[in-house]
Design a protein around this ligand. Structure first.
Ligand code: C5P
Length: 224
């Protein structure tokens, strides 16, 4: 059967990764969480005290970074590895969320990540979620969905996710972080977050996960 690329872009914490994972499982596709890649770069930069204003340091650091995804049968999910180390839990912490958008505006970082993502999806048969998949990584994706939800709903969902990992974070702190990231992500010069002209808008504020998955699957099956 024909294999396609499904691009799920949108604002922070509006259900992209949960939807993407389930769609990928249903179609037997690979799921690639591109946000995890920017988070892993951020972790590396913080650990190695890389100056975000020094292009030479940034370029050298990017050469030292290897990001991979490996399936963990225990958690039933693809987990992210940074230079051979599983950093899945570390990269979800608030101190990474606080920095990641500032790292993601750096053109050298974007170019390196986009090139890797294009390589990962070159055989198609992938569901990729992020901010610029339908506009920059795979502008030729057969299915493009742009997800959004009202900010309080997104904050609650993010708080629940963090709570499930035993991280207690104040509602206002999360809300502020989401709004700050959305602002930086949508206003950066290189591949900003925006809805591709041919993307379908999906507002998940009042939708269940099953409904979100169904919406994407319907658009995907129309292309198969
Ligand atoms: O998807 P997630 O919220 O984990 O992404 C974390 C951050 O990574 C985003 O806020 C954004 O700054 C950056 N990102 C990006 N481009 C992508 C995916 C994520 O700039 N394709």
């Amino acid at each position: 059967m024909k294999k396609i690329v499904i691009a799920l872009d949108g604002y922070s914490s509006c259900g992209k990764s949960t939807t993407a994972k389930l769609v990928a499982a249903e179609l037997g596709y690979a799921y690639i969480d591109t946000g995890a890649m920017y988070r892993a770069v951020t972790l590396h930069f913080l650990n190695h005290h890389i100056s975000l204003t020094n292009p030479r340091e940034i370029k050298e650091a990017l050469h030292e970074i290897e990001i991979e995804f490996h399936y963990n049968p225990k958690t039933k999910r693809n987990e992210v590895y940074l230079n051979g180390l599983n950093v899945e839990d570390e990269i979800r912490k608030m101190y990474i969320s606080d920095m990641v958008s500032e790292v993601s505006v750096i053109p050298e970082v974007r170019r390196a990540m986009v090139a890797q993502q294009q390589k990962m999806g070159r055989k198609r048969g992938v569901v990729m979620d992020g901010r610029d998949i339908g506009t920059a990584v795979f502008p030729d994706a057969e299915v493009k969905i742009f997800m959004t939800a009202d900010v309080d709903t997104r904050t609650r969902r993010r708080q629940d996710e963090l709570l499930a990992k035993k991280q207690l974070v104040n509602f206002d702190e999360i809300r502020e972080n989401l709004l700050k990231r959305d602002h930086i992500d949508s206003t950066r010069a290189e591949s900003p977050l925006r809805q591709a002209e041919d993307a379908h808008l999906l507002d998940t504020s009042h939708m269940t996960i099953d409904e979100q998955v169904e919406f994407v699957i319907e658009h995907a099956t129309a292309q198969l």
